[in-house]
Design a protein around this ligand. Structure first.
Ligand code: GLA
Length: 390
């Protein structure tokens, strides 16, 4: 992150002829468990990771925003007069959406310049878009001279994703990027929007992220379909959200539901239970239960929710074959699915052996290569540099 911050600062000076007023960073996240539960008012257990979107920015005393993305190698400019709409390039929409959110709250956003860099793989299921939104919101708070309430900030960024990227996401990613804590996972209650820290600083356990680099094209449309299905079932059962029903309620309603709708809802209900059990197991260092919950979550996402794919299943099967005897605690797909990453908890002493074995077996199985890295739970969005004269 420090290197990305230096790169951003340097390029900012080169592009705009002065030092940036601020350099901010917002982390991506990996979700340990609680998948596709956030938009059902349920529970999720993500942690922020040590991969960030970094943004150097400052006022420019015009009514325009000029953004340069190092990752895309492109510049975007848009006027801040009047109502903001969608525009090109596509990545600029996340920032347009965030600016629009501030304007809707009555904030005056002056012209600004920014340079963006990232150490997060884009589109890999590690919440790179949420990190970009949160980084932009953090910069705008500094430019505006006052902070937003963290929950309100997460909601503003989520709205940007809905309205400017067309993805009806839940609140998990933005929340994790804002509220992340070093060495702690966050148990979020997505209904009350409250977070409880779950310690994850035991050095003998490592979080491993396995990026398949696969992105199946149906991902986005399927996400919206899953969400709509869940809302249909909640409506049919006359409750506000799937959070409000038990497996018994669902079983009783089975004759009235289409088989697919039944299975989608069953995933959500059982996943909420697994998330709470896994949080308790982490607190108790009960690694056997942690592993059991992770594998059960993956199976439910594969069969009931149908958001896994061949490559993610390959990773989880390899993890199973490595087994607890060789230091594997558990493994599951993470994020929206249809590609992206899997997350695994392992014994730290076995990290080298497991990484090698996973890489080799994955290549053998899929004829493709995965990137594997570890991350400790990281802190949420923050200011890295501030020029007092800005
Ligand atoms: C994406 C969304 C989140 C959440 C996950 C699935 O990451 O942005 O809100 O729904 O998928 O758990």
């Amino acid at each position: 992150m420090e290197m990305a911050a230096r790169r951003c600062s340097k390029l900012f000076r080169r592009c705009f002829g002065q030092p940036p007023g601020w350099v901010v960073a917002a982390p991506g996240r990996v979700n340990l468990i609680g998948e596709h539960t956030d938009y059902n008012d349920g529970f999720v257990l993500p942690m922020a990771i040590e991969r960030h979107v970094v943004l150097a920015g400052g006022r420019n005393f015009t009514r325009e925003a000029t953004l340069h993305s190092l990752t895309a190698g492109e510049t975007a400019s848009f006027s801040l007069r009047g109502k903001l709409g969608l525009g090109d390039p596509a990545w600029s929409n996340y920032i347009r959406g965030v600016v629009a959110g501030f304007q809707q709250r009555g904030w005056h956003i002056p012209g600004f310049n920014a340079v963006i860099d990232s150490t997060l793989p884009y589109g890999g299921g590690l919440a790179s878009s949420a990190a970009l939104e949160v980084a932009a919101a953090t910069l705008l708070e500094l430019i505006g001279g006052k902070p937003l309430d963290p929950v309100e900030k997460a909601l503003l960024c989520q709205r940007a994703e809905h309205d400017f990227a067309g993805v009806p996401c839940g609140i998990m990613d933005q929340f994790a990027s804002i509220l992340g804590c070093q060495d702690q996972a966050l148990l979020l209650d997505c209904r009350s929007r409250t977070a409880t820290a779950v310690p994850l600083g035991d050095p003998s356990v490592t979080v491993l992220i396995i990026n398949t680099h696969v992105r199946h094209r149906l991902a986005e449309g399927e996400y919206a379909k899953r969400r709509a299905r869940c809302e249909e079932v909640a409506k049919a059962l006359a409750v506000a959200a799937l959070r409000d029903i038990t497996l018994e309620d669902l079983d009783a309603a089975r004759p009235r539901l289409e088989p697919v709708a039944f299975r989608r809802a069953r995933h959500v209900i059982t996943e909420n239970g697994r998330t709470l059990r896994m949080a308790a197991a982490l607190r108790a260092s009960d690694w056997e239960t942690v592993g059991e919950m992770m594998y059960a979550s993956h199976d439910s996402l594969r069969t009931d929710y149908e958001v896994s794919c061949r490559e993610l299943d390959a990773v989880v099967n390899i993890a199973r074959s490595i087994g607890t005897g060789q230091g594997m605690i558990g493994c599951r797909m993470t994020g929206a699915g249809f590609g992206g990453c899997a997350v695994s908890l392992i014994r730290s002493e076995a990290a080298l052996h497991i990484t090698r074995k996973m890489a080799q077996a994955y290549e053998q199985e899929t004829r493709d290569s995965a990137s594997i890295f570890s991350s400790r739970p990281a802190a949420g969005a923050r200011t890295l540099e501030a020029d007092n004269d800005a």
